[in-house]
Design a protein around this ligand. Structure first.
Ligand code: NDP
Length: 351
């Protein structure tokens, strides 16, 4: 995590002030989901130790649309070892019926010695991989060890990396996937079978997908509940990922109230999580319902699962430190491999 941001210049052509452009293909090559789980553990440990700076994200809404523009800056680590960066991204749920991803933008990485811009990378792929990896980390920390059945509610961009992340940490043998349209779930299942040895079936309702599942991932653009607490069997672990605005929720109040709840960051949850805020406003929980952050569990400051029959819940909102730490990892690997496209953008006094 704290390796200095230096390395061999790619292909030996770099002048002193060079930025590496990294495409979605570079991201996929240098940030496989299983590797990213450990990168995310280091990043979230830094947050819990107070070795990261991250304000709440800034979201500008495009009036009359569900679409938004967000900026997420962060500094991870300390002193000359720190990684400085930001994600700059459009979030367009309105892209649903188009070929375009709902999250498009870049992640930037600067060095802490002179503030030089080290890398610019595709944000769509980093977002999908790091989000799934954090769910994988939560599953590793909170699910029962023998969890073997996975329910995916939602079949979009996040579905395949979530399958990979959960399969990387638990012996998943059966996967049930549900999506609103059905057609997308069928297409996902066909694709996923090429990536996984687990049995993958499509469920016609969310309830059917959840029945018997040890791990449930909610990864939809829903704004009203698609997962009810009454459906959850004792021992289930839930990763609630899709709703990242105060006005949107995927879980009903009972699903939140029945669970031991963990979050990526407490402050963000209290301000930004509709899953949490609606349940609180309905009187089902209060602020003390948040047992801790994943970093607290990693540092063993709080216990994760206590009993086999506990229902555990990880509420994911997504943090800038995750993006910056992910790009730091990709950049280091890409530099060593001579990958990416080097450009000179300026930034030297002589230019
Ligand atoms: P996609 O647009 O690729 O897929 C969205 C999925 O949600 C599809 O399966 C779609 O159904 C389903 N869906 C959309 N609207 C509804 C609805 N009203 N009710 C039920 N299902 C619905 O999105 P992604 O996979 O990229 O992202 C999924 C969610 O995760 C988004 O809300 C996104 O903002 C959020 N997200 C959260 C992150 C985090 O860090 N916590 C990071 C990145 C994304 P259908 O199959 O019918 O099209």
């Amino acid at each position: 995590m704290d390796a200095p941001l230096r390395g061999t210049p790619p292909r030996g052509i770099l002048p002193r002030m060079t930025t590496l452009l990294l495409s979605h293909l570079d991201v996929a090559r240098f940030l496989p989901v299983p590797d990213c789980i450990d990168v995310m553990a280091d990043a979230l440990r830094s947050v819990a130790e107070g070795k990261a700076q991250l304000p709440l994200r800034t979201v500008l809404r495009l009036e009359g649309t569900p679409n938004a523009f967000g900026t997420m800056p962060a500094i991870v680590g300390e002193g000359s070892q720190a990684a400085i960066g930001a994600k700059v991204i459009t979030v367009f749920p309105g892209n649903e019926a188009t070929p375009f991803d709902s999250h498009i933008g870049v992640v930037l990485l600067f060095d802490a010695a002179h503030g030089t811009l080290l890398a610019i990378a595709d944000a769509s792929s980093i977002t999908a991989i790091r989000t799934a990896a954090v769910s994988g980390l939560a599953t590793r920390l909170l699910a029962n060890d023998d969890a073997s059945e996975l329910a995916l509610l939602g079949a979009g961009v996040l579905a395949l990396p979530h399958l990979q992340a959960v399969c990387a940490v638990r012996p998943i043998r059966k996967v049930r996937v549900w999506s609103r349209s059905g057609a997308r779930a069928e297409a996902f299942a066909e694709r996923a079978r090429r990536h996984s040895s687990a049995e993958i079936v499509v469920s016609s309702t969310a309830r059917e997908a959840v029945a018997g599942a040890d791990v449930v991932c909610t990864i939809t653009g829903a704004r009203t509940p698609i997962l009810e607490g009454a459906w959850l069997a004792p021992g289930t672990h839930v990763n609630a990922v899709g709703a990242s605005l105060p006005v949107a929720r995927e879980l009903d109040a009972s699903a939140v109230a029945r669970a031991r709840m963990f979050v990526d960051r407490r402050e963000s949850t209290l301000k930004e999580s509709g899953d949490f805020l609606f349940a609180r406003d309905e009187g089902a929980i209060d602020d003390s319902h948040i047992r801790g952050e994943l970093g607290d569990v990693l540092l063993k400051r709080v216990a994760g699962r206590k009993e086999r029959g506990d229902i555990t819940l990880f509420k994911s909102l997504g943090l800038a430190v995750e993006d910056v730490a992910a790009l730091r990892h990709i950049y280091t690997q890409a530099l060593a491999a001579g990958a990416g496209t080097a450009v000179s953008l300026g930034g030297l006094r002589s230019e």
